[in-house]
Each structure stands twice: as structure tokens, then as C-alpha cells.
Design a protein around this ligand. Structure first.
Ligand SMILES: [Zn+2]
Length: 59
């Protein structure tokens, strides 16, 4: 449970542990996208849904 919460709020790539880069690409929906500089990992935060969407190995 604690590790789940920790991973939910992590600002670092789980693969290389580099700090994620924040880029707000959709101003209309206020979606915040954080990506690993090495493209291992991507995290999207949707404030309207209060949901994170995480994906690994974006290409
Ligand atoms: Zn990485």
C-alpha cells in the first residue's frame, strides 16, 4: 500500500530514476504530461478525472 502511494506520486522514471520532464501540452483540458528524458516512461495527469495514466517505453 505504501509503495503504491509512493509510486503514484513519484517524479522519477522507474527505469533510470531520472527526474521526469513536465510538459503541459493540452491547455484546454489541462492535462499535464511528464516524461522521462530517455523516453522510458510517461505519466499523464488528468485533473478533471483526478487520474494518472502511466505508460512505459513510449517511442
Ligand atoms: Zn528513464
Amino acid at each position: 500500500m505504501l509503495s503504491f502511494i509512493k509510486s503514484l506520486f513519484t517524479e522519477k522514471c522507474p527505469t533510470c530514476h531520472k527526474q521526469l520532464i513536465t510538459s503541459k501540452t493540452n491547455f484546454l483540458s489541462n492535462i499535464v504530461i511528464k516524461t522521462c528524458p530517455e523516453n522510458h516512461f510517461k505519466k499523464e495527469f488528468h485533473p478533471a478525472l483526478e487520474t494518472y495514466i502511466e505508460s512505459k517505453r513510449i517511442s
